[in-house]
Ligand binder design. Structure first.
Ligand SMILES: [Cu+2]
Length: 149
């Protein structure tokens, strides 16, 4: 009967919409801020076409932030996070390879590096790739550190 078919089709469309809603919620969860309130926050930051996959992360002061960096480009990049004075030093710096400090990461082509940084003071700390031209191209993001619990 035609009305039954119509009802089935309405149910089917409802099911599709529910699935879409769930997918959007899952996406929003993955793309949302780092889990504030957890003992440790963890985020993935990919690099593709000289761009960070996310340009904002929020954590609480004193909360360790683990960052999994994946360089999907065939060229090297950096992930250097700190305050304004830190970036001024690195803009004119001569250090070519980083890795000894958790807030300074060098990424070879295709490399995945995991680092953990903890900010004790609330504020905004930029992360930038300081290889020549990359900052101007837009390889900049920010860690927003909010007051602890
Ligand atoms: Cu870069």
């Amino acid at each position: 009967m035609r009305s039954t078919a119509g009802l089935r089709s309405a149910r089917f469309i409802g099911g599709v919409l529910l699935a879409l809603g769930a997918a959007v919620m899952a996406w929003a969860w993955v793309g949302g801020p780092a889990a504030i309130g957890a003992d440790e926050a963890r985020v993935d930051i990919g690099i593709r076409y000289s761009a960070f996959s996310r340009d904002e992360v929020t954590v609480r002061a004193g909360q360790p932030l683990t960052v999994v960096l994946h360089n999907g480009d065939p060229i090297a990049h950096e992930w250097l996070v700190g305050d304004a004075a830190f970036h001024e030093r690195h803009r004119t710096g001569t250090e070519t390879v980083h890795g000894a400090r958790p807030n300074e990461v060098s990424l070879a082509p295709g490399a995945t590096v995991t680092t953990t940084v903890t900010f004790q003071q609330p504020g905004e700390y930029l992360y930038i790739c300081h290889l020549p031209g990359h900052e101007a191209y837009g390889m900049v993001g920010v860690v927003r550190v909010v007051d602890g619990p």
